[in-house]
Design a protein. Sequence first.
Length: 190
Amino acid sequence: MSRQGKLIIFSAPSGSGKTTIVRHLLSTFDGQLAFSISACTRSPRPNEVDGKDYYFLSPEAFREKIEMGEFAEWEEVYPGSYYGTLRSEIERLWNQGKDVLFDVDVKGGLKLKEVYGDSALSVFVKVSSEEEIYRRLYSRGTETPESMEKRMAKVRYEAGFQDQFDVIVVNDELDKALEDAARLVMDFIS
């Protein structure tokens, strides 16, 4: 019999700092929280390990698991390119006595909240100014002008969903955002 644990879901547009916050929480609550590994259909990148970074599935296997109802949430990001959270991954972590931490896109975060209700805390991470997000993304040095415009359009789109989350963490000043996030998690899991 697995214990019904809690889910803490962090979602945000690119450049908001959610991954930094999630990594901080994993080290702060070491032993209490475990990170949910997503499933995807893309090929592993160099140094990525199946079952550690992602569960790498073929599109056929992914669609089969969708039909069997094995995903808590999933999305076809591009035609034939799927990402999702397996229910078995959540159960696996709950069976270890952990609460589960997520770093997922906005739609995935809302779907997890819908499925798990009061067992889940959905947190939207945002930056007050669009200019700051642009600066953060630009400083990564990974974007072309075209991809940057697409990213910024997606940032604006995803920001429209922030009021559907349980709580918003503003990440204008990292130390304060880390403190706010840790306090939210502590209150929710205790």
